[in-house]
Design a protein around this ligand. Sequence first.
Ligand code: ZN
Length: 458
Amino acid sequence: MPRNRIIALLLAASCAPALAAPGDRNPQVSRIVEEISAQRIEATIRKLVSYGTRNSLSETESETRGVGAARRWIKSYLESCSKGTPLQVAFDTHHVESAPRVPRPTDIVNVVATLPGTQPESRDRVYIISGHYDSMPSSPTDGEKDAPGANDDASGTAVSMELACVMSKYKFDSTIVFMAVAGEEQGLLGSTGYAKAAKAKGMDVAGMFTNDIVGNTKGADGRVDRSRVRVFAEGVPSSKELPDNVIAALRTSGENDLPTRQLGRYVKEAGERYAQGIKVDLIWRRDRYLRGGDHFPFLEAGYAALRFTEPSEDWRHQHQNVRVEDGVQFGDLPEFVDFGYVAQVARVNAAALASLALAPSVPREVEMENLRLEADTTLRWKPNPEPDVAGYRIVWRETTSAAWQHSTDVGNVTRHTLTGVSKDDFIFGLQAYDRDGNLSVAAYPKPYRPAPATTPAK
Ligand SMILES: [Zn+2]
């Protein structure tokens, strides 16, 4: 190509107000999704299993067995795969004197890999992806017996590590934290330590994913399902006292539009847009019955947090001593992990996480004007702080629908009226988009009504 033609193209690109339509596929996200490797994920899971046990109470001195050797390997693997990138890998240690499942003083050590955001206005906005590398045999306090934990949760740890290695070679507006946490089987201790510290520091965690048990495709009932992943999204928090913003949303039936459900809706949309052959089953529930996960402490700290889990679990291969009983193999062994499926789950995570970290923040102070009885809908909002924001999209759906059904792009304004669309009949949301077409998570508008002028009593 002649040089002046290249210059002309470069000029055209840099002067263009919008390079891509909102919601278009972003080529960077597509590349990341393509680079996810089932072979590397398999190697990571097998390596983690090779430590015999990764129970948080297991030994820490050996280089070949126990939780200490496992975490040192995770840290060195992340350091070597991200060489030459800005990824910062560190241990995050939380000392526990005693707890119901911690009979003696124990250090619970997370491995935390941080990829700093490159846009000053977005750098403090953080997305977290986590899997727990600790494991357990039948007893959570047994640090001696083998606890291979191939599915629970080397699978989720491998997702987090694979994304760290692939994504650290790319640039994102906001910061991404890739974690392998410990002490999950001890009572979510590693994630609790991290989430509490994040809240105390006032960290802006805009979304958290835990991948826990994402590798088995043959359920206890024999049903095989490689085509879906469950994403659990809490609605109204289960705390005794609700924050004011939650109560305000409930007054206009915004219970399905709190930040965690908005994040879940976004993950389903982004995941299915880029990952082929896998659907996201969004489940409007905190977690499965009788189970919990590392998203809990983040939810309790007031952050939006989701749990990814396979659709068909086989409990003979979770939290079980490795043994054969009546000809049935028990134990969380790698032969019961479908590595290709773990890679598919990783692709959904990668698509969602990369989309989030490239996109603007959720629009703020979004209000629905309530000035008179009318058949139209007017939204107004504060402009987003990011300099590359190119406009806003209003989305809406029927009050009984789970997913957005309609949308309109209204340009770079801070107020818009949808004529003939009644605010009484739909749920609305507002997304921001940037020049590359990256869409933010939606914001739920709160009603705006000016204080009534004081009139003399009649
Ligand atoms: Zn688990």
